[in-house]
Design a protein around this ligand. Structure first.
Ligand code: IPE
Ligand code: IPE
Ligand code: MG
Length: 240
């Protein structure tokens, strides 16, 4: 749906699920000669704003990449600051009446206290309308390996694509229609490797803490100009 100024005000069901690789917090802080943790703090504010805009636009499922399995290699102080932000947000989200949260990623090596906070938030928000998936301690390859191991332990001799999809962290959710990555890096960094098979990608140089509604609308406008063919033919050419 377009407003008078030709700006998108609502999406339709072509855009059910948007995912963000929230990159550039560190560079945002470095530009200000500030510690990287400040970048993550402002990144967390951007995350809250963007999630809200997505729901206002009618996007029902949002997934954000907050911490990868590879991000443990960063200094402990930085990792701790990210975990603290996750902790704070997880308590906050319960107060937001609309968001249904799901954490996607491995919980085995997280503190039992954090895991309890996560489980509690998932349980308390489970009947809500807007799905928010936070990828935390997430790795796409390990997600697929875990799904396969689970199927093996169920005694499966062979598996289908549905078997794998149904055993991923995102089980039951639509695949992302659009994946946005900020901060100029043109790679997936082990994000949603199975689910992205037919996703559209949008890359921008904007650093995540600066990513705002206007940038989100630019990404969505770009998405609506694409033709998703899924291996078929261009619909207008097909008729000729
Ligand atoms: C993204 O920002 C957040 C996480 C990976 C946790 P970065 O911290 O990767 O920021 P840059 O890429 O160093 O600028
Ligand atoms: C990807 O960003 C992970 C998150 C945004 C959480 P990174 O900054 O870790 O990715 P690389 O190292 O540049 O590939
Ligand atoms: Mg980065």
């Amino acid at each position: 749906m377009l407003s008078k100024r030709n700006k998108i005000t609502k999406v339709d069901d072509r855009l059910k699920h948007i995912a963000f690789i929230m990159d550039g917090n560190g560079r945002w802080a470095q530009k200000r000669l500030a510690p990287r943790s400040l970048g993550h703090k402002y990144g967390a504010s951007a995350f809250k704003r963007i999630v809200k805009y997505c729901y206002e636009l009618g996007i029902k499922t949002v997934t954000t990449y907050a911490f990868s399995t590879e991000n443990w290699s960063r200094p402990k102080s930085e990792v701790d600051s990210i975990i603290q932000l996750l902790h704070d947000y997880t308590s906050e989200v319960i107060e937001d009446g609309r968001i249904r949260i799901r954490f996607i990623g491995e919980r085995a090596n997280l503190s039992s206290e954090l895991v309890e906070v996560m489980n509690n938030a998932e349980e308390k928000t489970k009947d809500r309308e807007y799905q928010l998936n936070i990828a935390f301690n997430y790795g796409g390859r390990s997600e697929i390996v875990n799904a396969c191991n689970r199927l093996i332990s169920q005694g499966k001799q062979s598996v289908t694509e549905d078997d794998i999809s149904n055993n991923l962290y995102t089980s039951g959710l639509p695949d992302p229609d659009l994946i946005v990555r900020t901060a100029g890096e043109v790679r997936m960094s082990n994000f949603l490797l199975w689910q992205l098979a037919y996703s559209e990608f949008y890359f921008t140089d904007v650093l995540w803490p600066d990513f705002d509604k206007k940038h989100l609308l630019m990404a969505i406008e770009s998405f609506y100009k694409r033709e998703r063919r899924y291996g078929g033919l261009n619909k207008t050419k097909e008729k000729k």
